[in-house]
Design a protein around this ligand. Structure first.
Ligand code: UDP
Ligand code: MN
Length: 271
């Protein structure tokens, strides 16, 4: 099991906050797998230090610095910078199998059983269920696959401008080939789905194992009142975040992440 890992990505300090909370939530539910954070060069030193305390491995992915195919691809498709960075997870070949999780996800229970699945396993996207959502997926690191993904990305771009489009084009038989590669929706539950099918959420929502705060508003865009333990300025727009999960995210951030920041940098620090 030492050769299996949960992997996330943060290219800036905002997403780094998400990665910290995700890592803490995986630890809280006692994962037996390694935790890996891929970071971009814009992640600041204090954020890197905290990530290093939570994750087993924090790996800097600087595509501009690299002399490999990723750099070449990036020159041709500068719009796909974050996408190329995410595809970098396939280069983690010191692991045999990994589960990628977006930095805006949060685990609510132990999800180590995901490692029983094969590449490429993922849950349906709530907006177009014949596509998988790339916020949570099982994959096998491989330089060969990485090269093929980069090639597809460089030649054809991404139909949605991000990694999800590329990955769905590459693993294009996902929806029909093998039902065991369809993760149950409770491994990638998004607020959008809650509001578009509320009765299903009421029936199955309590089984949720991973919440995904997909969309424009991320948990770290809100502010939190630590004395009343409430999230301020939560919008009434039903397509945004579910208040209970948002509160859970903030409990971890305020209770477990902020103290680490303060311990290291003093309370006056930005975080
Ligand atoms: N990401 C990042 N920096 C960015 C944008 C995205 O590190 O500026 C990473 C991060 O891990 C994030 C993932 O790419 O969770 C996918 O982006 P996002 O979650 O914003 O997309 P959504 O799930 O809302 O479609
Ligand atoms: Mn996401």
């Amino acid at each position: 099991m030492a050769d299996q890992a949960f992997v996330t990505l943060a290219t800036n300090d905002s997403y780094a906050k998400g990665a910290m909370v995700l890592g803490k939530s995986l630890r809280a539910h006692k994962t037996s797998r390694k935790l890996v954070a891929l970071i971009g060069p814009h992640v600041t030193e204090p954020a890197r230090d905290v990530l290093q305390k939570i994750y087993d491995e924090v790996r800097l992915v600087d595509l501009l610095d690299s002399k490999d195919a990723a750099h070449l691809s990036l020159m041709k498709r500068p719009d796909l910078g974050v996408t190329f960075t995410k595809l970098h997870c396939w280069t983690l070949t010191h692991y045999s199998k990994c589960v990628f999780m977006d930095a805006d996800t949060l685990v609510l229970s132990n999800v180590d059983e995901l490692f029983n699945r094969e590449e490429l396993s993922a849950a349906p996207d709530p907006g177009w269920p014949d596509c998988f959502n790339s916020g949570v997926f099982v994959f096998r690191p491989s330089i060969e696959t990485y090269g093929q993904l980069l090639q597809l990305c460089t030649e054809s771009g991404s139909f949605d401008g991000g990694d999800q489009g590329v990955l769905n084009s590459f693993f294009s038989n996902w929806s029909t080939a093998d039902i065991t590669k369809h993760l149950p929706f409770i491994y990638n539950l998004s607020s959008i789905a809650i509001y578009s099918y509320l009765p299903a959420f009421k029936q199955y929502g309590s089984d949720a194992k991973v919440v995904h705060f997909l969309g424009k508003m991320k948990p770290w865009n809100y502010s939190y009142d630590a004395t009343t333990k409430s999230v301020k300025g939560h919008s009434q727009d039903p397509s945004t975040l579910h208040p209970d999960y948002l509160l859970k995210w903030w409990h971890i951030y305020s209770g477990a992440v902020l103290p680490m920041m303060k311990e290291q940098y003093g309370s006056e620090h930005f975080y």
